[in-house]
Design a protein around this ligand. Sequence first.
Ligand code: AKG
Length: 271
Amino acid sequence: MKLTEKQVNYFNTFGYLFIPKMFSTSEIEWITEEFEITIQEFGGGKNHDGTNRTMFGGPIEHRPRLCTLLDDPRIKGLIGGVIGEDFNYAGGDGNYYTGNTGWHPDGNWGRLFSIKVAFYLDPLTRETGCLRIIPGSQNPTHFVRAQQIDPNQSETLFGVPPNDFPTSIALENSPGDVVIFNHDTYHASFGGGTRRRMFTMNCTQHCTLAEDLEVLNQYLSVHSAGGYNIDTGAGMFFPTMVDTADETRLKHLKQCSDIHDVLFPQYARKS
Ligand SMILES: O=C(O)CCC(=O)C(=O)O
C-alpha cells in the first residue's frame, strides 16, 4: 500500500489517518484469535475482572503470526508513508481497556517523531468507547498546546463535557479498520465497556542526526521494555519477534535494539 499525497497531507495537517477495512474479515479473525491467546497466556488477561485496564507490552511480538504484521506491505506502506520507509519499530501495548481513557497525547516532541498504529478488535461507536481525536493538536501552535488548555477540564472551563470537546471527532470503527496517529496528537476514549480490546504498534523515525538520536534515546529510556523494567530475555523486543525475523524485518528492529542494549545493559541481548 502506498499512501497518496492527499493522505500524507491529511496526516501531516490533522495528526492522524483512519484507514477503513485495511484488513478483511477473515484476516481480523486470525489477528483477534492470536491477540486473545497472547493476552490470555502472556498479558495477564486471565486476571482481568473489568475493574482496571489490563495492559502488556509488545503485543505483536509473542506469536510468529502476529509478528508478521510488521512485514505486512499495507502496514509498512502506512507507517513508511508518514515517517519514512526506514522507520524503527518500537514495541506497543495490548489491552483490555476498562472505562474512559481521558484526553492525552502520548508525546510532546513538538514535531513528527513517532507514531502509533491502533487496532480495535470490536466494533465501537462514540457511545461505546471509539477513539476520539482532536485534529491538528499535534501542532505546537494548536490552541490546546499554545494556550495550555486541558481538554479534560472542558466542563469547568467551557461548560462542555470532555467527550464533546469542541473540534474533537469520534472515529467509530469496525474490526479491520486501522488508525495511525502522531504521538503528539491528543486522543481519548469515552463510554467504553470493561473489556475493550485494542493493541498498538509504536514506531519512530530512523535517526541519523545527533539531535534526533538524542530524542530517540529519551524516547527509549521511557517507552521500551527496559523503561518499564521488563526483561524480555532478548533486549528491546521479545524473542519471537527477533527469532522469526528476516533481513528486511531486522532493519526495522536494529536501531532501537542497539540503543536499548546501551541504555539497559542489565537487559541487553546476549550474543
Ligand atoms: O482507545 C483508547 O482508549 C485510546 C488509546 C490510548 O489512549 C493510547 O493508546 O494511548
